[in-house]
Design a protein around this ligand. Structure first.
Ligand code: AMP
Length: 455
């Protein structure tokens, strides 16, 4: 199937070609025709599946027909949980609309509101916004919705996690009732289904990844290690494997700062992104990471959510997340668009609960890989899957001798990498679109609410 088969016009096809996409990804093949028919859509798709183009392309196609946005008016509204995601979606909208006479704008919190108010005077056919700032702009009468035709909630699960439900409800009360609604979410929890009921009308349901699955081509394992040894182990892994571009996740902002300082002191270029950093600092860190000026980006979950860094070879969980589903989001940053990736977690004994939650969520036990010299004094207790999943009882094909799930194995990744220390060239995007996913069978635990940290 080609993009032309999906009913997109030449101006959009040209922009797609300029992006180098040759084939629509599975989510695009399903979402684009559904959106074009005008139906409401509920789609389960993670970052990395091509979901942004899945909703942006048909929105632009539909908007290119009608009357342009009048001053302060918006015709399609895309709401995202984080500033980074808003900026990226905005970039995509601009790129795909390159040959169309449509305007777009991006608004988010953490920066001055005045320039955004000025910008909105001209109206925007597409507005990408985070919830808090959008409501501020509405209250200041800088944004109006009389012309609104379409609403997208992107990464709706994350929006709920971040406590944006009240903002979303306020927004829904303001918007014209007659509109097309698109809801994109990595997972479909009960909360999301409840939101979907309020938001959508007889939606087409699309799913390209079973909820809470992890990318098939991502190889995952843990290095059991004592907490105090984690920085030294990370330094050794980076040096031994000659990792050039690694996203490292920490649980706290403070921890991210401390680790960044440690790496820098040890001659490894690194920067931290988290909620306490200014928007400018975050954008700069991301740009330096993408350009290769810094090797290690140390991030907290909220800051990292949605950042578009293609095909990272490795993602490291310096700490396991408190919320198991964040593990799936984190490792979604590697092995994207057909490239394979590695997700490595440094796990201390006191993280056994988090480990078990992650394993139950993804429906399998993670391989344990002991790095010589870093064998923990405090062993990480053995974990099991809850009986419902019944997976551990199934005989599993060992990938390599001595490296079976949940068993002690001496550092094979370590040895393998030492044989081949030069960093692998990054794979080019295949044009295949994003890869298929494997199923995870365990039901997700309900996540605790978090306070909104952004927007
Ligand atoms: P998303 O899931 O929207 O975050 O997209 C993930 C990445 O895939 C982005 O870098 C897109 O530019 C890229 N992408 C989107 N659609 C395609 C496609 N059809 N072929 C190849 N890459 C794509």
């Amino acid at each position: 199937m080609s993009f032309a088969d999906l009913g997109l016009s030449p101006a959009i096809l040209k922009a797609i070609e300029e992006q180098g996409y040759t084939q629509p990804s599975p989510i695009q093949q399903q979402a684009i025709p559904a959106v074009l028919t005008g139906q409401d859509v509920m789609a389960a798709a993670q970052t990395g599946t091509g979901k942004t183009a899945g909703f942006t392309l048909p929105i632009l196609e539909k908007l290119s027909g009608g009357e342009r946005a009048r001053p302060n008016q918006v015709r399609a509204l895309i709401v995202t949980p984080t500033r980074e995601l808003a900026a990226q979606v905005g970039d995509n909208v601009r790129a795909y609309a390159e040959h169309l006479p449509l305007t777009s704008a991006v608004v988010f919190g953490g920066v001055k509101i005045n320039p955004q108010m000025m910008r909105m005077r001209r109206g925007a056919d597409v507005l990408v916004a985070t919830p808090g700032r959008l409501l501020d702009l509405y209250q200041q009468k800088a944004v109006r919705f009389q012309q609104l035709e379409m609403l997208v909630l992107d990464e709706a699960d994350r929006m709920l996690d971040m406590g944006f439900i009240h903002d979303i409800k306020k927004l829904l009360a303001i918007l014209p009732k007659e509109r097309q609604n698109l809801l994109f979410s990595a997972t479909f929890s009960d909360d999301i289904r409840e939101l979907a009921k309020k938001l959508t009308n007889d939606p087409v349901e699309i799913s390209v990844t079973p909820a809470n699955s992890t990318a098939k081509k991502v190889e995952q394992w843990i290095h059991p290690v004592d907490k105090k040894q984690k920085p030294r182990l990370l330094k050794q892994l980076i040096n031994d494997h000659d990792w050039q571009q690694v996203l490292v996740f920490c649980k706290t902002k403070h921890g991210a700062n401390r680790l960044t300082r440690y790496l820098e002191e040890n001659g490894i270029t690194a920067a931290a992104i988290h909620g306490n950093k200014s928007q400018g600092a975050r954008t700069r860190a991301l740009a330096e990471f993408k350009s290769g000026d810094i090797r290690i980006l140390v991030a907290t979950d909220i800051a990292a959510r949605g950042i578009d860094i293609d095909q990272l070879p490795q993602v490291v969980n310096f700490d396991l997340p408190n919320v198991a589903e964040d593990y799936v989001h984190r490792i979604g940053r590697t092995g994207r668009a057909g490239a394979s990736g590695e997700a490595i977690s440094l796990v201390a004994a006191d993280e056994v609960k988090e480990l078990s939650q992650v394993e139950n969520l993804i429906g399998k036990l993670l391989k344990r890989d002991y790095v010589p010299g870093f064998e923990p004094v405090h062993e990480v207790p053995q974990t099991t899957l809850r009986s419902k999943a019944k997976k551990p009882k199934k005989p599993k094909k060992p990938k390599s001798p001595g490296h079976q799930d949940g068993q002690k194995a001496v550092s094979q990744h370590h040895q393998r990498a030492n044989k081949n220390t030069a960093s692998k060239p990054r794979q080019q995007r295949s044009g295949q679109g994003p890869q298929s996913k494997e199923g995870g069978s365990a039901k997700p635990a309900r996540r605790p609410r978090r306070r909104p940290a952004q927007a």
